[in-house]
Design a protein around this ligand. Sequence first.
Ligand code: NAD
Ligand SMILES: O=C(O)C(=O)C[C@@H](O)[C@H](O)[C@H](O)COP(=O)(O)O
Ligand code: ZN
Length: 369
Amino acid sequence: MPSSLQPASITHVSLGDRSYDIHVTSGAAGDFAERVTRAVPDLTHAVIVSDEAVLSDWAAPLAKDIADRGIRVSSLSIPSGESSKSIAQFDRLMQWMLSENCDRRSVLIAVGGGVIGDLAGFAAASFTRGIRFVQVPTTLLAMVDSSVGGKTGINLPGAKNMVGAFWQPSLVLADTDVLGTLPERSFLSGLAEVVKYGVIDDAPFFGWLEANATKLVARDQDALRHAISASCQSKASVVGADERETSGRRAILNYGHTFAHAIEATAGYGTLLHGEAVSIGMQMAARLAIALKLCDAGLLDRQTRLLEACQLPVTLASADVDAMLPVMMKDKKVAHGKLRFVLPTKIGHVKLVDEVDESLVRDAIHNCA
Ligand SMILES: NC(=O)c1ccc[n+]([C@@H]2O[C@H](COP(=O)([O-])OP(=O)(O)OC[C@H]3O[C@@H](n4cnc5c(N)ncnc54)[C@H](O)[C@@H]3O)[C@@H](O)[C@H]2O)c1
Ligand SMILES: O=C(O)C(=O)C[C@@H](O)[C@H](O)[C@H](O)COP(=O)(O)O
Ligand SMILES: [Zn+2]
């Protein structure tokens, strides 16, 4: 049942002519077509690319609402799961868009989690060298992170997100009702990226999360809207300051990810969900920070308690350090052949650190096993 209609909170991502709004609502999914046509007034061809798991509940109703406005709609659903962030699915999507006679004025609408947003966003960035796109995130992770900021792309077997583009959406529509159909494990996985914002950027939000983790796990709508809005505000401000991760500011969003991406690639994509790997990766990063005397053990204690309250994993059952290290060297933050880590100094603050002894990295991984 949809919850009662709430006023939308709108966060603006300020990027000059690539600026856009993020709408965070409850009970407004029936209004998405109207919001899309307001943001993209010259819409004549909507290209809806959805996760097959959200086709009937969320993508098909949106397609109908758009078609009812006399707009041509093409729809394609993609198999669920991380393995769809692949060259094979990208190829299939490009060929299909060509067969649907998409052109430069077509607007792609990605309806799904981070997998669909990243894959379809990269298709939007690539087809005819770039068409407009709208993100309709259907997972918590996508609402708080992947739909915002314009990182799009696909995986190579040995490295996450290795092929892609920075390509900003024209609009992001996140409605908490859509999370009603999301399986528990995927929902909890999204909380890892929410905790990330507290550690890297927003100490008061971290405190709020400590006090409200139980409500979030129970999917309390008010708590969810607050967590999604606060996360999007953090991300919007970081991305507005460093859109393409050139100054180093945007790299803070990669907290825990040097470890997480290596965990995902070595365990096999999809074995651990991205948020689960990020949860463990943040634990490894915090342990590394303690070893480097950048922060005290109290930070790790608070982070561990919060992640556990969010029912996220904080240890890795079988850590293959020898397999992980070469994958970590493919991290996109590697500069001049050297790893760079995002490490916490206190709750709400992180810094970029290079020149880290390999033995300390190994210890940080082992100590989370
Ligand atoms: N671009 C970015 O900035 C960014 C940020 C964070 C993560 N990511 C990427 O996002 C991906 C993870 O995204 P995710 O956690 O959303 O996973 P996902 O897209 O795989 O979705 C998780 C699962 O939930 C299902 N699903 C999605 N929405 C549903 C709904 N409303 N109801 C029922 N089922 C639903 C999907 O079919 C899938 O099985 C990773 O590839 C990660 O690298 C990208
Ligand atoms: O938006 C960003 O910047 C991030 O780093 C957000 C991350 O949560 C996300 O997983 C991102 O896809 C990682 O990017 P990558 O550049 O390390 O592949
Ligand atoms: Zn992430």
